[in-house]
Design a binder for this molecule. Structure first.
Ligand code: DC
Length: 226
């Protein structure tokens, strides 16, 4: 089979990473979570006082930007590609609420995006990757051989997210999650730099009523056609 790049974009909490991981495992490709890279820069900004009360010190950020090294490393035990920031495994740290609540502010900054897009393109030089995010098919790999744009009903996304949160022992209301999802959709779609858009040639996947296996079967047909 031809070696390709698979770009998966879409709304938050749509199951992009679950699907991307499944595809990568089936094809023996590398899965890259581009959101983890934005989260890692956000963590760095929090630690170095570059972001305070949701305000970014832009000048200080520019001074630090070339000191930030982000890589992925395969964890042989779990099979997951984990995120490393300046030599430290930050895979768990970047999923914490403080990072989650600041990441959309950091990901609006054009210098941050330029840096990460350059790293993402380097990772894709040898193809054989599945990358998910918000601008992968539009900005990072406009020539990707297969582009998927994922969406799902906000209420269904919220229900899935609530199950995940309950499993982690976090109690929250469904309404609160729906509001949070809608707010994140709005920010992603309305930022000036690289807003979330379906690339013209992306295939739409609404997975509101599809199981993981149904999605994988659907995508394998598209891969064979690509
Ligand atoms: O996919 P995620 O929720 O982990 O992404 C975290 C944040 O990063 C989210 O607010 C959107 C942003 N992001 C982005 O702007 N561009 C990407 N390619 C990936 C994520």
């Amino acid at each position: 089979m031809k070696e390709i790049i698979i770009a998966i974009d879409g709304y938050s909490s749509c199951g992009k990473s679950t699907l991307a991981k499944g595809i990568a495992a089936m094809l023996g490709y590398i899965y890259i979570d581009s959101g983890a890279m934005y989260r890692a820069i956000t963590l760095y900004c929090i630690r170095y006082g570059i972001i305070n009360n949701s305000i970014v010190n832009h000048e200080l950020l520019l001074k630090h930007l070339n000191k930030i090294d982000i890589r992925f490393q395969l964890n042989a035990l779990t099979g997951n590609n984990e995120t490393w920031l300046n030599g430290e495994n930050v895979e768990d740290e970047i999923r914490k609420p403080e990072v989650a609540s600041n990441v959309s502010i950091v990901s609006k900054i054009s210098e941050v995006r330029q840096k990460l897009v350059a790293i993402q393109r380097r990772i894709g030089e040898n193809k054989r990757i599945v990358m998910d995010g918000r601008d992968i098919g539009t900005v990072v790999f406009p020539n990707a051989e297969l582009k998927i744009f994922m969406t799902a009903d906000p209420l269904i996304r919220a229900q899935r997210r609530m199950i995940e949160m309950n499993e982690k022992g976090i109690q929250t209301s469904l309404n609160e999650i729906v509001e949070n999802i809608k707010q994140r959709d709005y920010i992603d779609e309305n930022r000036d730099v690289s807003p979330l858009r379906k690339a013209e040639n992306a295939i739409l996947l609404d997975n509101s009523y599809l199981s993981r296996d149904e999605q994988l079967n659907w995508i394998m047909q598209k891969i064979n056609q690509a």
